[in-house]
Design a protein around this ligand. Structure first.
Ligand code: ADP
Length: 239
């Protein structure tokens, strides 16, 4: 079920019956059990994926990138074609479809013991990408912190061009699509920040070296993880 880049050779949906993308049989967690979540926020090319993958290797954090989930779809399948249709133009995939796919994927990860919401933070990368998605996720995620990776537009565009060659990313292949993706971020994604309390938004300069960016990110994560561990100890009667 691990995602692969580019040509859709890994087949998330081939292994599943076509009707799997139905309304969830499992209801979203109640307010008390919403996933404790950290949002990795930033424009395309800001380095969310790079940081997310590293953080996802730290015990207590589970990294979930919607772009990776989409790219794991077989591009010949109905769902894969839908993704290609939108992403190839630099547009967002429709909200309901995105959220349903993501929920099913995450439920699957819980079921196969990859994601343990009781003692892991969910690190969301690329979600929510507009206010509607934030609304659809309101009862599912409890946002503890937002890490906003910031850089000048020119710097991010340069990174996307390089990535297009290295990772065979068709959505970064033309300057026109890159520019569209940047516009979508400004118009639809950035306003998501208005929904959340200012105190939980941590701005990080994404033009620093990767390790320094990681250092800043870790500074945000340490107290959150320690608080989670403490709460779990209390709940178990060990503290
Ligand atoms: P980047 O890392 O450059 O920001 P992603 O890998 O996150 O790119 O996303 C690639 C494409 O996948 C997006 O341009 C969009 O078409 C689609 N996508 C990813 N996440 C979402 C989402 N939450 N809602 C809608 N579309 C999405």
């Amino acid at each position: 079920m691990k995602s692969k880049q580019g040509n859709g050779t890994a087949t998330l949906d081939r292994a599943l019956p076509m009707d799997w993308l139905q309304p969830m049989s499992k209801t979203p967690p109640s307010n008390a059990t919403r996933y404790r979540t950290i949002l990795l926020f930033g424009a395309p090319g800001s380095g969310k994926g790079t940081q997310g993958k590293i953080i996802g290797n730290i015990p207590g954090f589970y990294h979930s990138a919607t772009g990776d989930i989409f790219r794991s779809l077989d591009l010949q399948s109905e769902m894969g074609r839908k993704f290609w249709e939108y992403a190839g133009r630099g547009e967002l995939v429709p909200d309901e479809f995105t959220i349903k796919l993501w929920r099913q994927y995450l439920n699957g990860m819980e079921m196969i013991n990859q994601f343990h919401p009781e003692n892991q933070f969910l690190v969301l990368d690329g979600l929510p990408r507009n206010k509607k998605q934030a609304e659809l996720l309101r009862d599912t995620i409890d946002v503890a912190a937002i890490i906003y990776l910031r850089a000048e537009k020119a710097k991010m565009v340069e990174r996307l061009r390089r990535r297009a060659l290295k990772e065979n990313r068709f959505d970064d292949a033309s300057d026109e699509v890159i520019s569209k993706r940047m516009d979508v971020f400004e118009r639809e994604t950035r306003p998501v920040l208005d929904i959340y309390p200012k105190e939980i938004i941590h701005r990080v300069d994404a033009t620093m070296s990767q390790i320094r960016v990681l250092g800043e990110v870790v500074k945000v994560l340490v107290p959150l993880k320690e608080a989670m561990d403490h709460d779990n100890e209390v709940a178990l009667g060990h503290a």
